[in-house]
Design a protein around this ligand. Structure first.
Ligand SMILES: Nc1nc2c(ncn2[C@@H]2O[C@H](COP(=O)(O)OP(=O)(O)OP(=O)(O)O)[C@@H](O)[C@H]2O)c(=O)[nH]1
Ligand SMILES: [Mg+2]
Ligand SMILES: [Zn+2]
Length: 314
């Protein structure tokens, strides 16, 4: 039978078959596909072929994974440097961003966006918790939204809790598989509940002491919504390590750099110290955000994102 993985807990996979029925599946033996070394061989969103186990109508064994159209993969930022596929075969990803409670740094946003670009997945930025911000903080949100709009991304200010602009987000989800991502505590599950209250997903307050989320959602899970849409809730991610990219390709995953590349003197310009570089000129002119360029340098140097960048420096 063929089905789609809706949830993975590491050893068990919940697979929805074409007949609409769910099966608890395992995998047998070692799975290594497309040469990706990841901690999870099978990810939510994977289309899999599986056999129903003898004498049992509810369990099965996954035999193969149909080639993925795309996937979002990250490298953990701790010493293990393991790679993990967050989800596959998604049409778009919504990145939830909060200014504080918890803070989301531009370096994190940029790494996430680079990965989405690399796998050709549309990313939409949702600035959540707008109900909690002061006038100054709202100005900061506006500044960031403008920055990312000029880089080519759609940005929406929302309040998952109060429902502000949730309809706009919902509209974008029609007919698609959307993945929701962001740090723990940014409101991913709250947003999904606002879109589909019957799901009643678990949410928890962020820790007051550390302004961090509590990692309430522990496994990625896909849900069918009552309107024609599917959504994947994911556990909060701490850091986002970019997986194996060639230095020459990284600049192409910054859309505003890529657009200017043809005006650089050298066609293979890395926008570092080359003469007559259109990207560096635009940076000098203030047309490219300094924070974006800093993120670019960090990724080029293979630095991890904890290496602090003055994110609002212009
Ligand atoms: N004021 C306000 N609080 C919000 C908003 N969205 C979410 N929250 C709160 O933020 C806290 C964290 O929300 P969750 O939905 O659990 O966050 P999450 O991103 O799913 O977190 P993890 O599952 O840990 O990754 C909860 O206390 C929510 O009520 C919002 O728009 N405004
Ligand atoms: Mg959650
Ligand atoms: Zn250049």
């Amino acid at each position: 039978m063929q089905g789609v993985v809706y949830k993975s807990t590491g050893s068990w996979y919940q697979v929805k078959a074409e007949n609409g029925k769910f099966y608890e599946c395992r995998i047998k033996g070692k799975f290594r596909i497309q040469g990706i070394k990841s901690t999870n061989p099978v990810a939510v969103g994977d289309v899999v072929g599986f056999d129903v186990e003898d004498g049992d109508e509810e369990t099965g064994v996954i035999k193969k994974i149909i080639e993925r159209e795309n996937y979002i993969i990250r490298k953990s930022v701790n010493l293990s440097k393991q790679t993990h596929i967050i989800a596959s075969n998604v049409d778009q990803v919504f990145l939830l961003i909060t200014l504080n409670n918890p803070p989301t740094l531009t370096t994190f946003i940029d790494r996430f966006l680079v990965t989405a670009e690399a796998y050709d997945i549309t990313a939409i930025l949702l600035f959540n918790k707008v109900d909690t911000y002061s006038i100054e903080e709202l100005a900061e949100v506006r500044y960031l939204a403008e920055l990312y709009r000029s880089a080519g991304y759609e940005c929406i200010g929302i309040s998952a809790k109060e429902g502000k602009n949730v309809d706009k987000v919902k509209e974008k989800m029609i007919g698609k598989i959307s993945m929701i991502s962001g740090h723990s505590g940014t409101g991913k599950s709250t947003l999904i509940n606002a879109i589909e209250p019957t799901l009643d997903l678990k949410t928890s307050e962020i820790s007051r002491q550390h302004s961090q989320g509590q990692h309430t959602t522990t496994f990625a899970e896909m849900f069918d919504l009552q309107f024609d849409a599917r959504i994947i809730d994911t556990p909060g991610i701490k850091g986002f390590g970019v997986v194996d990219m060639e230095k020459e390709e990284i600049g192409d995953y910054f859309p505003e750099f890529f657009q200017l590349k043809q005006d650089c003197k050298f066609h293979n310009c890395l926008h570092l110290n080359e003469p007559k570089c259109a990207v560096k000129d635009a940076l000098e002119e203030g047309e490219i955000a300094w924070s974006r360029y800093k993120s670019y340098l960090q990724i080029m140097e293979g630095e991890d994102e904890n290496y602090r960048v003055d994110q609002y420096q212009k």
